[in-house]
Every structure is written in structure tokens, then in C-alpha cells.
Design a protein around this ligand. Structure first.
Ligand code: ADP
Ligand code: AMP
Length: 214
């Protein structure tokens, strides 16, 4: 099962992708996580990506597309995967389609987690990420067992630099301009499924399971 997650930043793509990955036993591939891991390791890719991410801008397609296309060709992707945060532009979607059709493959579902902008700012202000393993929480809706501490690895939880309100507003603008057109793109391909992302975490996942099958 090959799935992509669509939706505004903070809509809950990562949260649901993790659940999908666990239930359906397919890898969760998040371009944001890959870039953050590179930043942490101080790689050249990380240095380049950071300059864009800190401003709330998209990392250029030249740095992003091949990274994902190489990744989905790994053995662990044979039975499928859930892509979270990619594609984010029409050229990225076209490059993915082209690469997949070259392999005789195709995407099965584009899951669009729909959340209005008004809810997004609140979601992002409360999001906390682990500095070590990248696990994500929300101070109200998905709180860790101990405030400020990661349940998974015990490290500190922080507000991501790009989740500060001024950057969130910028990222939402970029989403509307560059990423939202993908909704029509995948509707035309006949694989778009839209889910009401304003529901609680479990209700969103119940809707997703109804689409993907139990
Ligand atoms: P994305 O990957 O789309 O940027 P996340 O999955 O990181 O978004 O979710 C953004 C924030 O909102 C996180 O703090 C997460 O815990 C919280 N969140 C995700 N889904 C829901 C939901 N259905 N209701 C309330 N909060 C949610
Ligand atoms: P995310 O963790 O998905 O919210 O992504 C964080 C940031 O990483 C985004 O705001 C972008 O700067 C960058 N990024 C992640 N995925 C992509 C992508 N597919 N194309 C361009 N930039 C991306």
C-alpha cells in the first residue's frame, strides 16, 4: 500500500502517518524528519535545508526529490510506505509519478487531512518535539506522561523553531500557494480521500482505517 499524506503544516499528517505505519507495517517516510536528522548531524544537506526551513520556506525540489525517490527504492518499501510531507509541490508530485511508473508502480491513496487555518495556529503553538528522537506531542491534545520529557527516550521536549507563530503564518501561506494544488492533482488521478482532521486523533484514525481497510 503506497500512501501519501496531504494537509497543512500541523494538520496531523505525522501523527496519523505513525499510526498507519504501525498498523499496516509499512515504513513512515517524513521528509521533515530526514531534514531535521541531517541538521542534527551537521551534514551539507542539513546546512542547506536549514536556511529554508528556518524561514518557513520549502527546501528546493533539487534537494528533495532525489532523496525521496532513492528512499522508496529501498527493500523495506517493497510492500508500500506512507510518505509524510512529500510531495509538497506539483513538480515533486510529477517527479514521483514518473519515477513510480518507471518501476511499474503507482500510489494507492492520497489522504488529505483537512484542518482550517484557524485551528492550525493553535495546534502548532502546542506542538512539542523531542530533541533526540523527534517524537511529537501536543501540550493539550497529546501530552507526554511527564511535562517536557519524551515518553519514548526521556529527552527534553522543545517548541520547533519553525513552529513559532510568525513562521507558522509564513508556512501556511506557502502551503496555500504551493502545496494545496496537489489536492486537485490527486483528485484527478482518482486517489484522493479527504478526512476531517478537526476530530480527535482516534476519530481521524478510525476514518483512515475505514478507507484503507482493517
Ligand atoms: P503535521 O505532521 O501535519 O505537521 P503533526 O502530526 O505534527 O502535524 O500534528 C501537529 C500538532 O497537532 C501536534 O502537536 C499533534 O500532537 C497535534 N495533533 C495532531 N492531530 C491532532 C488532532 N486530531 N487533534 C488535536 N491535536 C492533534
Ligand atoms: P514538516 O516536518 O513536514 O513540517 O517539514 C518541515 C520543513 O521541512 C518544511 O517547512 C520545509 O521547509 C521542509 N520540507 C519538508 N518536506 C519538504 C518537501 N517535500 N519539499 C520542500 N521542503 C520540505
Amino acid at each position: 500500500m503506497k500512501i501519501i499524506m496531504l494537509g497543512a503544516p500541523g494538520a496531523g499528517k505525522g501523527t496519523q502517518a505513525k499510526k498507519i505505519s504501525e498498523k499496516y507495517q509499512i515504513p513512515h517516510i517524513s521528509t521533515g524528519d530526514i531534514f531535521r536528522a541531517n541538521i542534527k548531524e551537521g551534514t551539507e544537506l542539513g546546512k542547506q535545508a536549514k536556511t529554508y526551513m528556518d524561514q518557513g520556506l520549502l527546501v528546493p525540489d533539487e534537494l528533495t526529490v532525489n532523496l525521496v525517490i532513492d528512499r522508496v527504492e529501498h527493500d523495506d518499501c517493497k510492500n508500500g510506505y506512507v510518505l509524510d510531507g512529500f510531495p509538497r509541490t506539483i513538480p515533486q508530485a510529477e517527479a514521483l509519478d514518473k519515477a513510480l511508473s518507471g518501476l511499474g508502480e503507482h500510489l494507492d491513496y492520497a489522504l488529505n487531512v483537512d484542518v482550517p487555518d484557524e485551528n492550525i495556529v493553535k495546534r502548532m503553538a502546542g506542538r512539542r518535539a523531542c530533541i533526540s528522537c523527534g517524537a511529537t506531542y501536543h501540550v493539550v491534545y497529546a501530552a507526554p506522561k511527564t511535562e517536557g520529557i519524551c515518553d519514548v527516550c526521556g529527552s527534553e521536549l522543545v517548541l520547533r523553531d519553525d513552529d513559532k507563530p510568525e513562521t507558522v503564518t509564513k508556512r501556511l501561506g506557502v502551503y496555500h500557494e504551493q502545496t494545496k494544488p496537489l489536492i486537485d492533482y490527486y483528485a484527478e488521478e482518482g486517489i484522493l480521500k479527504t478526512i476531517d482532521g478537526t476530530q480527535n486523533l482516534e476519530a481521524v484514525f478510525d476514518d483512515i482505517k475505514r478507507i484503507l481497510g482493517e
